[in-house]
Write a protein that binds this ligand. Structure first.
Ligand SMILES: [Fe+2]
Length: 203
């Protein structure tokens, strides 16, 4: 059993890739509806369809006590004032927590409780570890000028629930204000963009 498991994985901390393992890629066109500034999103997409992030997952075993992990590379960029980010998700098995380890670049994790009442912006960069409690929506954001590379480790049974975020998005947005990453209420940001509350989908 011990010898059958994948005990060692070597990776590149600057690209977040595992030699010999294919990446799952998310391009800008696959993030329709996630960025608040719809006009800026359309303008960016008219110029091209860049990779926003890529992940390489490892699933050594799927028993009750096993762990899965994934490396990710989130590219730098912005759509309007909002930084490039992942879609974000809950775990399908809500009690499942996760540990993120920053490897290179600089960014943050946006965490939100399921009631949508509390949001936290936690730095994620080299030599930092972020603990994501269970039942917490989590999204990664690149606030720097270079790729943000990180590792996430989670229970094999966690699963991913993207549907809740796809339906209502996060309550908060992270935008650049005076050169600094700033957590803003989505409704207020949409109002400032002139998009109004109609574009606000959170209950
Ligand atoms: Fe996760």
């Amino acid at each position: 059993m011990l010898l059958a498991a994948h005990l060692l994985t070597r990776f590149d901390p600057h690209t977040g890739t595992i030699p010999g393992v294919g990446e799952s890629v998310r391009r800008l066109s696959e993030l329709a509806g996630y960025f608040a500034d719809e006009a800026a999103y359309g303008a960016a997409l008219s110029k091209g369809d860049p990779i926003v992030y890529a992940t390489s997952g490892a699933e050594p075993a799927a028993g009750a006590g096993d762990l899965h992990y994934a490396l990710a590379r989130l590219m730098p960029g912005r759509i309007g004032g909002e930084y490039y980010m992942t879609k974000g998700h809950y775990h399908a098995w809500r009690p499942a927590a996760e540990v993120y380890v920053g490897l290179s670049g600089s960014g943050a994790m946006l965490l939100e409780d399921e009631a949508g009442e509390e949001s936290s912006l936690v730095p994620l960069e080299a030599n930092s570890i972020v603990y994501v409690p269970g039942a917490t929506a989590h999204r990664t954001i690149n606030t720097g000028a270079t790729p943000l590379v990180y590792l996430g480790v989670y229970p094999a049974a966690a699963g991913h629930d993207y549907g809740a975020i796809a339906t209502r998005n996060f309550r908060s947005v992270v935008v650049e204000v005076n050169g600094q990453p700033t957590l803003l209420d989505r409704r207020e940001y949409l109002a400032a963009l002139g998009q109004g509350a109609g574009a606000y989908r959170h209950p």
